[in-house]
Design a protein. Structure first.
Lengths: 114, 110
């Protein structure tokens, strides 16, 4: 089996700050995803990548940048943190069949902006 | 939006009872995923049912898919306290991405 690691586990930022979240997977999966989860809500797709150096925008990409430096890693940047923002950011990976196969999730990064 | 129901729903049952959670979706999908999310953790797949399957079972779990009505259900038989979690359904767009519903918070009381 494999594992998805997300760092940091908790992230506290200031309004206007640029914040970077990191994700690593050892499944050797081609496709990786970043989702945002707000309290009491489902997951909303921010960015995904189907291979190294590929980036695809999701429904919530505004205000975020992403980078797929290598197959095993996918990072997400909040370009300007919004005051009182609080959410969980979840990273996932999947085989090249993407939406038709299992997505494996990391434990999440919890963001709080003061 | 992909989904007909947008708000997190909550269900509270007693241990040993059966429970069914429902999802409806708006556009064609080739597969419905059912995920479970425990508090403080990422979602984990529990059942994946494809458009050519009407029913799929895994232990005490049973998923159904009705493509004509664009709906799916997840049933748990003889629920146990450890089944307490948020359950999400998700559909794919045949283009590497899946869409999640808002989920159902299930609480199983001893």
């Amino acid at each position: 089996g494999g594992i998805i690691t997300q760092t940091p586990k908790f992230l506290i930022g200031q309004e206007g700050q640029k914040l970077t979240l990191k994700c690593q997977q050892n499944f050797n999966h081609d496709t990786m995803y970043w989702y945002r989860q707000d309290s009491g809500k489902g997951l909303r797709l921010i960015y995904y990548s189907i291979t190294e150096n590929d980036l695809q925008k999701g429904d919530l990409s505004e205000g975020y940048d992403a980078s797929r430096e290598k197959k095993s890693s996918f990072s997400l940047t909040v370009t300007s943190a919004q005051k009182n923002e609080m959410a969980v950011f979840l990273c996932a990976s999947s085989s090249d069949r993407g939406g038709q196969d299992t997505q494996y999730f990391g434990p999440g990064t919890r963001l709080l902006v003061l | 939006s992909q989904w007909g129901e947008e708000n997190l729903q909550a269900l509270s049952i007693q241990e040993g009872e059966d429970v069914t959670m429902n999802c409806s979706y708006k556009t064609y999908t080739t597969v419905v995923h059912w995920y479970r999310q425990d508090s403080g953790r990422g979602p984990a797949l529990i059942i994946l049912i494809r458009s050519n399957e009407r029913e799929k079972r895994s232990g005490r779990l049973r998923a159904t898919l009705d493509t004509s009505s664009q709906s799916s259900s997840l049933s748990i038989t003889a629920a146990q306290c450890e089944d307490t979690a948020v359950y999400f359904c998700a559909t794919d767009d045949n283009n590497n991405r899946i869409f999640f519903g808002d989920g159902t918070q299930l609480v199983v009381k001893p």
